[in-house]
Design a protein around this ligand. Sequence first.
Ligand code: 5GP
Ligand code: ZN
Length: 115
Amino acid sequence: MSSKNCIFCNIISGDMKSATVFENSEFKVIMDRFPASKGHTLIMPKEHVENIFDIETDVASRLFALATQISKILKQTLNCEGMNVLQNNGSIAGQTVDHFHLHLMPRYKDDKINI
Ligand code: 5GP
Ligand code: ZN
């Protein structure tokens, strides 16, 4: 079920613009609008689920498999030295968009990013 009030559902439906890196029938991969580092990417299921407490485990494992592939492509194309993989659940944990998403944050020498 998609939610009209959900930013990511609106991106997935095409009602809101995003820089899309990849998509298939199940997932969408977009560039973060406010990147913490060059190449900051978000991976989300197309079906609206709020967070880790709601997502089906098989969907989560396919999403993580996709994350490993995207990470490798980011490393090759951006020549980053490392990668933070982050996933927030609940406002107390820093989740600001209530549609499950996994962050890929490429890391570079001397980037001074505080995660
Ligand atoms: P969270 O804090 O929920 O883990 O992460 C939400 C992420 O979504 C943040 O990194 C934020 O910059 C990003 N974000 C918020 N609004 C938009 C938007 O309209 N488009 C895109 N591409 N990213 C967004
Ligand atoms: Zn949503």
